[in-house]
Design a protein around this ligand. Structure first.
Ligand code: NOJ
Length: 747
């Protein structure tokens, strides 16, 4: 007890001495960390490195807290329990170190925003930041101060269920959106009681799991790791993301939780990161079944020596570290370093000064939060097809047939990773259409099939009758929330159950068919796009998806979302992404497809190029694709120079005109190709984007500044350099279209 008081007095003196400037505050925190560390026993240090998922027994929680055997709890969301635990930690443990409460708050806490993939489709970092802020405000009201987001795994294979949680296939988009989420979660200062420490996950390469199967191995060579998978993590590390989480996968034989190269060489030494590193759930002990460690003791040894600070749930640290230190297999210096990182975070969060929470339940589902979630959902919807401008629906429409299993699926439209959002608050499309337009149009609701996997076809006839009695059919289809997310990979991306039959039957009525997809990934929807007059892709849009879609269907809101991932035609094209490398045999001209091959054709190399006989070369929709209710014209691409030095900045501009009859927002995208490199380079890479809103007839010059250093990549000598030579630059509406011009980078 005496030592606790001495420490507190010492802390007070240090706090008073700390001046408000950032550096001084940092120094003051370091001094506090060292002062505290000095007083800790080895057991107390190891206790801090232990994160526990409690079984609900408060007495047991309090007991381990008092003994200093836990640094963080997961999934405690009862304010009263949080305060009791903190009281035990602060007042009854020897050193009074508060506990860090954590939870997966991924795309909202109570108010659920679109899944991260949908948020990425907004191409609006401010919107994404605002969404994370809302999540932080709501979650911190229940005592959560650490979330396991953003997930910034570059995801190029839609079979992988966790693509839903990512910002898609592009390193730059993941970086921009990841930084936005970090800013939103962490707010202006971690010290603010409404801030959550963010956690960049999963470090690293998890999105490349072989064959899109969750937890599977990855085989990413160092250059690709550095050029594709690491950049979003570097961006968030530099933006102050408080924590990192190791990933489940073994890359080239080394599980991330035991990978010294990524955790020490890259993260700590190259990037100078001083945040805290946690394992994924039991990923330390899983190094045993991986066959990377003989037993749990070796797992603890390898994890700590690789650079892990805290272990999530598997308890190999608390069981073994003391012995490992005694045996000299883990040094106390390594333990100290881990504990420094943990204590630094707790000080940065202000937990020592303010460990308790005052719940303010009114922030949950606050009207302004719901309004933000609706805006985010509106911006996340992608218009993929609009034959003869069938959308938006006009006031000539008298009767609508609302069909499909996702029209009124309050649980499923929330999407994966939704622990706390309650379906009672969900606004479904059916509800919103009835509420907003029920007095103007007759709404005939016939789901046709009950849920996305439902194979029964007996409801289809009723849906067809409704369609025949309507002026337009709106079919809400897709996949239930549980078909994407962690541990939910698919080998077939076609619509499940009897949904394809339902849509074909609706199309056969000849009534105009608007199909709205809600899903955790791009599904293979070539046939359904063909059968539909208009197609909207909403991913899983969250609590306010219904009003957002109703506004888009009736034109109160003009769609502006863009695909954050390439949409394959067929599952067999996965992994598929626009920034693939040049092969020696890229198709040029027409591909010969399977039905065009003569019977008993002799051995030939056909088009002699890299494509599939049945799917062709290209995707169904390219990355960055999305239509609007208006049209945009690109004109007059100009560069500030055509030859530049590596230390210069290129300015590129284009004239964008709204050539349609409605105001609309276009996501203007800038891509670059490095024509010849010391290693082969991607055919295009996104380097910038801007959302521009224009009135009908309005023209705006859109200007991008591109520092030439942003063209650097890890080259044949594994050095990050800009290689002099020729480049092509595009500015356009998606990764497949745009105006282009060339420039040169000089030596
Ligand atoms: C396992 C998941 O991979 C990770 O993303 C999540 O944050 C943890 N479990 C904690 O729930």
């Amino acid at each position: 007890m005496k030592r606790v008081r001495v420490f507190s007095a010492c802390l007070l003196a240090l706090s008073l001495a700390a001046c408000s400037s950032g550096t001084n505050r940092k120094d003051a925190i370091e001094t506090k960390v060292e002062a505290l560390l000095e007083q800790m026993t080895l057991q107390e240090k190891i206790g801090q490195m232990n994160q526990v998922n409690p079984n609900g027994n408060l007495e047991e929680m309090i007991a381990i807290v008092k003994e200093g055997k836990v640094g963080s709890f997961l999934n405690v969301i009862d304010a009263d329990v949080v305060n009791k635990v903190q009281k035990a930690a602060v007042k009854e443990s020897r050193l009074g170190i508060p506990v860090l409460m954590s939870r997966d708050v991924i795309h909202g806490y109570k108010t659920i925003f679109p899944i991260p993939l949908g948020q990425a489709a907004t191409f609006n970092p401010q919107m994404v930041e605002d969404g994370a802020r809302v999540a932080a405000i709501e979650a911190s009201a229940d005592g959560i101060r650490w979330t396991f987001a953003p997930m910034i795994d570059v995801s190029r294979d839609a079979r992988w269920g966790r693509m839903a949680e990512s910002c898609g296939e592009d390193p730059y988009l993941n970086a921009v959106m990841g930084v936005a989420m970090v800013k939103g979660f962490q707010g202006d200062s971690l010290n603010d009681p409404t801030s959550l420490a963010a956690c960049a996950k999963h470090f690293v390469g998890y999105g490349a799991s072989e064959a899109g199967k969750d937890y599977n191995s990855t085989f990413i060579p160092e250059r690709q790791l550095r050029n594709v998978y690491l950049p979003p993590f570097e961006a968030v590390a530099r933006a102050g993301c408080a924590t990192f989480m190791t990933s489940f996968n073994d890359n080239d034989g080394v599980p991330s939780t035991g990978n010294r190269f990524i955790l020490k060489d890259v993260l700590r030494h190259e990037w100078g990161y001083d945040g805290m590193v946690v394992t994924d759930w039991a990923s330390a002990s899983e190094m045993v079944p991986h066959g990377f460690c003989a037993d749990r003791k070796e797992a603890a040894e390898k994890a700590v020596n690789a650079g892990v600070d805290m272990e999530m749930v598997s308890a190999t640290f608390i069981e073994n570290l003391e012995a490992l230190v005694k045996e000299g297999k883990v040094s106390e210096t390594a333990i100290d370093e881990a504990v420094r990182n943990i204590l630094r975070l707790k000080f940065r969060l202000g937990l020592f000064d303010n460990p308790y929470i005052q719940t303010d339940a009114s922030v949950k589902y606050a009207p302004k939060h719901l309004a933000k979630a609706q805006e985010a959902a509106e911006q996340s919807v992608i218009l993929l097809k609009n034959h003869q401008d069938i959308l938006p629906l006009t006031d000539k429409i008298r009767t609508i047939a609302v069909v499909g299993p996702m029209a009124n699926a309050p649980h499923d439209q929330l999407g994966t990773w939704c622990f706390d959002g309650e379906k009672a608050h969900t606004q479904t499309p059916l509800k919103a259409l009835r509420e907003q337009y029920g007095d103007k149009v007759r709404i005939l609701y016939e789901p046709g099939v009950a849920y996305s996997r439902d194979k029964r076809t007996d409801g289809i006839a009723r849906a067809v009758t409704a369609a025949r009695n309507a002026d337009v059919v709106i079919a809400f289809v897709g996949e239930e929330a549980i078909l994407s997310g962690e541990a939910h990979s698919l080998a077939d991306l076609n619509l499940k159950g009897a949904q394809p039959e339902l849509l074909s039957a609706l199309a056969a009525t000849g009534r105009p068919l608007v199909t709205v997809f809600m899903a955790g990934r791009p599904l293979t929807i070539a046939r359904q796009v063909e059968e539909s007059d208009a197609v909207l892709y909403a991913f899983h849009p969250g609590t306010m998806g219904g009003p957002a879609l109703a506004n888009i269907l009736f034109g109160k809101v003009v769609p502006c979302g863009k695909t954050p991932v390439t949409f394959p035609r067929m599952t067999g094209q996965c992994p598929i992404y626009y920034a693939h490398h040049h092969t020696g045999r890229a198709p040029s001209g027409k591909e010969t497809l399977i039905d065009e091959i003569e019977l008993e054709a002799g051995q030939s190399s056909l088009g002699c190029s890299s494509y599939y006989l049945d799917a062709g070369f290209g995707p169904l929709f390219p990355f960055g694709y999305g239509l609007s209710y208006t049209t945009f014209a690109y004109d007059d691409l100009k560069l500030s120079a055509t030859e530049l030095n590596p230390n210069e900045k290129l300015t590129a501009s284009v004239k964008l005109t709204n050539t349609g009859k409605r105001a609309g927002t276009e996501v203007v995208q800038l891509y670059v190709r490095d024509k010849v490199g010391s290693v082969t380079r991607p055919v295009k890479e996104l380097k910038g984007f801007q959302r521009i809103t224009l009135q009908p007839g309005e023209t705006q010059t859109v200007t991008f500044e591109l520092p030439i250093r942003d063209l650097a990549f890890w080259n044949i000598d594994m050095k990050k350099v800009v290689e002099p030579g020729d480049f092509t630059l595009w500015i356009g509406t998606n990764s497949d279209e745009g105006l282009s011009t060339d420039f040169k980078v000089k030596k």
